[in-house]
Design a protein around this ligand. Structure first.
Ligand code: MN3
Length: 202
C-alpha cells in the first residue's frame, strides 16, 4: 500500500510563488487520488505493491498488462509528485560544483540551463512535466514527458522536475504558464537536487 507523503513544509511556505490553496489542493486532492488509484490497481498484485513505486516504474515491462495503464498514470503521478514536493523550498540554495559541472557539459551555464529548461517546460503541449534527468551513462539532460509518464520508465533517473499540468498553477497564474515557470526558480531546493544527483551518479 502506498501512502501520501507529508510535505516537508507548510502549504503557505512557497507563497507568493505558489499559493497555499494550490499547494493544498495539489497535495491532498490530486496527489492523493494518484495514490488511491495506484493502490486500487495493484490490489491483486501484492508482490508489486510491496516494491517502491520507483522500482515498479523502473521495471515497467514486468507490470501485468491489465495494470500497465494504471501504473503508468497513477504510479507515475505518485512518483512524480513525491519528487516534486522535495525539490521545492523557501530556503535559497545553489547547484553544487558537481552538478554545475555536469550541467556545463550538457546544458551550458546556469542561465542557459534555466532558459532551455523554461523553453522545454513552456513547450509541453497539454499536461506533462519538464525534467532534469541522469542517464545510465551519468550524463544529464533536460527532457519532457506527457501526462504522468515517469522518466524512470525510460531508464532515466529524474533529479529535478516541474509539473506543468494546469492544476499546478491555474488558480494563481491562469493560462500564464511562463510566469509560473519564472516564479519556480525562486523556490528550487537545489540542496535536494544536489543530493539526488550525487545518489544517481554514485
Ligand atoms: Mn500535479
Amino acid at each position: 500500500m502506498y501512502s501520501l507523503p507529508q510535505l516537508p513544509y507548510e502549504y503557505t511556505a512557497l507563497e507568493p510563488h505558489i499559493d497555499a490553496q494550490t499547494m493544498e489542493l495539489h497535495h491532498t486532492k490530486h496527489h492523493q487520488t494518484y495514490v488511491d488509484k495506484l493502490n486500487a490497481a495493484l490490489e491483486k498484485y501484492p508482490e508489486l505493491a510491496a516494491k517502491s513505486v520507483e522500482d515498479v516504474l523502473r521495471d515497467f515491462d514486468s507490470v501485468p498488462e491489465d495494470a500497465k495503464t494504471a501504473v503508468k498514470n497513477h504510479g507515475g503521478g505518485h512518483a512524480n509528485h513525491s519528487l516534486f514536493w522535495t525539490i521545492l523550498s523557501a530556503t535559497p540554495s545553489q547547484p553544487s560544483e558537481a552538478l554545475s559541472a555536469a550541467m556545463a557539459v550538457s546544458c551550458g551555464d546556469q542561465d542557459t540551463f534555466k532558459q532551455h529548461f523554461a523553453e522545454k517546460a513552456t513547450g509541453v503541449f497539454g499536461s506533462g512535466w519538464a525534467w532534469l534527468v541522469v542517464n545510465p551513462d551519468n550524463t544529464i539532460e533536460i527532457m519532457t514527458t506527457p501526462n504522468q509518464d515517469s522518466p524512470l520508465m525510460q531508464g532515466k533517473t529524474p533529479i529535478f522536475g516541474l509539473d506543468v499540468w494546469e492544476h499546478a498553477y491555474y488558480l494563481k497564474y491562469q493560462n500564464r504558464r511562463p510566469e509560473y515557470i519564472t516564479a519556480f526558480w525562486n523556490i528550487v531546493n537545489w540542496a535536494e537536487v544536489n543530493r539526488r544527483f550525487d545518489e544517481a551518479v554514485a
